[in-house]
Design a protein around this ligand. Structure first.
Ligand code: XMP
Length: 507
């Protein structure tokens, strides 16, 4: 296990991902809250930071339990921190030290740089530079502008690098991490999805015993993988609840429910469409729609949870990025703030003990774990779909008729993407029903009907996105199908906005 001490860099999560890609487990902890069980960590990595070490309010943790006692790799700010407090000097740099650079010197015979040659591209992002090395340090590598690009401290396994090995632009970054973690720190590369499943199932069995667990399935990847893991551990004592809020894709509720049952899950489908639509009646403000859906979901879920006698646990599909976000919102170093709704009077299911089997995994790891448990691609490869569903794709107020129109349009679009082999090239796709009527002509008749916008984006995390250059022939066919087959729609447009400045959803 590797400990990554977070000084608030935007790249800290990337360090964790690269380490995990090497099949080595690691955890991120805020620098100001050192774990008490330090002995379980075989190596420590210090992250970058938006701070200057020279600033008074910069992170200056006491590393005496770590430095010289365990293999330590200090990245960027971390490297400057070690220099600053080890008798070296850190000063503002006078040349540009952002972006690509190449290692022009690498010290011979160093395990740290094994299989990496001079000329290797590295990624810099810092405004301070290490002018003088700390006491007992040797330069291991330099670039044209940065003499002290890498150094090590004599007589200890302490290494420091000014560049970021975790970003893909540092072409040998993964090799460098492997050299440090495997060759120097002696860690084994045994953290695979299969190993994760075995360990987690054993832990869940021990933790939960014969008690009953309730879990809300959404049809998405995270809740599905969490359910299958728990099912392996406790079988029928896992009670899954899958709620139809009436805002899902066409046939989604029935099809997904059937798939879940096919996996052997103990799942109850609850059709609450009418309850949701009723609560949403006349509401056209996007945020109020979201809140209403959230509230009704909690009511429905609470009612259902009561029907499971003697339940002790609530399982959730929380994943690692959510955990890191909430840590940083409660005193960690990075600036992310997550808003929490204050629900007046906690519903009963919130009084249950919480179990979150995926809370140490990134999204791609959740998929790999799902694959190793033989969950099919129709679940794991599914595009993200927002919790409030079609409600935030129907601009303005929601009626059963509008939902049904949009379900038909969306179905033609998504099925078309699959039929044309485009589905997996797109990160997310859907249709928006606009609150606009426009004039058309069908046969000899004038029409005055609805307009829909199709949206398909490429993205890695939904934070930024670009529209997909779908083939004109595909758009042409899809538009024809929609207008000919969906009564009430006479115009189709394609959204060519990127995020930012637009968002993926229209509401
Ligand atoms: P935006 O529209 O903000 O969407 O660019 C980014 C990603 O988040 C999804 N999204 C939501 N998911 N509840 C959700 O569960 C919501 O209220 C919500 N709003 C947006 C969106 O589908 C996209 O994947």
């Amino acid at each position: 296990n590797v400990l990554i001490l977070d000084f608030g860099s935007q790249y800290t999560q990337l360090i964790a991902r690269r380490v995990r890609e090497l099949n080595i487990f690691c955890e991120i902890k805020p620098y100001n809250n050192l774990p008490e069980d330090l002995e379980k960590y075989k190596a420590v990595i210090l992250s970058g930071s938006p701070f200057s070490v020279r600033a008074e309010d910069a992170p200056h943790p006491n590393l005496s339990q770590i430095k010289g006692k365990k293999p330590l790799l200090a990245v960027c700010y971390g490297a400057q921190y070690l220099a600053h407090f080890g008798g070296g000097a850190v000063a503002p740099s006078n040349t540009r030290e952002y972006g690509r650079a190449n290692l022009s010197y690498i010290k011979d015979g160093e395990t740290f740089f094994e299989s990496i040659s001079e000329g290797s591209q590295v990624w810099m992002s810092h405004s301070d530079t290490i002018k003088d090395l700390p006491k007992g340090a040797t330069v291991l590598a330099s670039t044209h502008d940065v003499e002290n690009a890498a150094y090590k401290l004599e007589n200890e396994d302490t290494y420091a690098i000014q560049f970021h090995p975790e970003v893909y632009h540092s072409t040998d970054g993964k090799q460098l991490l492997e050299n440090f973690l495997v060759k120097i720190a002696g860690l084994e590369q045994t953290w695979t999805p299969d190993a994760f499943v075995d360990i987690t199932v054993a832990e869940l069995k021990k933790k939960i015993g014969q008690e009953k667990v309730i879990l809300g399935l959404s049809g998405g990847v995270d809740s599905t993988v969490a359910a299958v893991l728990l099912h392996k551990a406790i079988g029928k004592n896992l009670h899954c609840i899958f709620v139809n809020n009436g805002l899902l894709r066409k046939n989604e509720f029935e099809e997904v429910l059937e798939q879940y049952q096919g996996m052997g899950l103990n799942v109850k489908g609850v059709d609450a469409s009418a309850r949701f639509l009723d609560a949403l009646k006349g509401e056209s403000d996007p945020e109020k729609k979201r809140k209403t859906i959230g509230r009704v979901f909690i009511e429905v879920f609470d009612d259902e949870a009561h029907l499971v006698e003697d339940a002790k646990w609530l399982a959730q599909g929380t994943i690692y990025p959510d955990v890191i976000e909430s840590v940083s919102a409660t005193g960690g170093p990075s600036a992310t703030i997550k808003s929490h709704h204050n629900v007046g009077g906690l519903p009963d299911f919130m009084k249950l003990k919480v179990v979150e089997p995926l809370k140490m995994l990134f999204k791609d790891e959740v998929r790999r774990v799902g694959k190793s448990m033989a969950i099919g691609d129709e679940r794991l490869g599914r595009h993200p779909f927002p919790g409030p569903g079609l409600a935030i794709r129907i601009l303005g107020d929601i009626t059963a008729e509008k939902v049904s129109i949009l379900q038909e349009v969306d179905h033609i679009f998504i099925k078309g993407l699959r039929d044309w082999g485009l589905y997996d090239k797109v990160w997310q796709a859907g249709a928006m029903l606009l609150p606009v009527n426009s004039v058309g002509v069908m046969g000899d008749e004038r029409t005055y009907e609805k307009c829909v916008a199709l949206r398909a984006v490429e993205s890695t995390d939904g934070m930024t996105a670009d529209w997909v250059n779908l083939p004109y022939e595909f758009l042409q066919k899809t538009s024809n199908d929609i207008i000919n087959k969906v009564p009430g729609v006479n115009r189709v447009v394609y959204d060519i906005s990127s995020k930012p400045p637009a968002t993926i959803e229209w509401e």
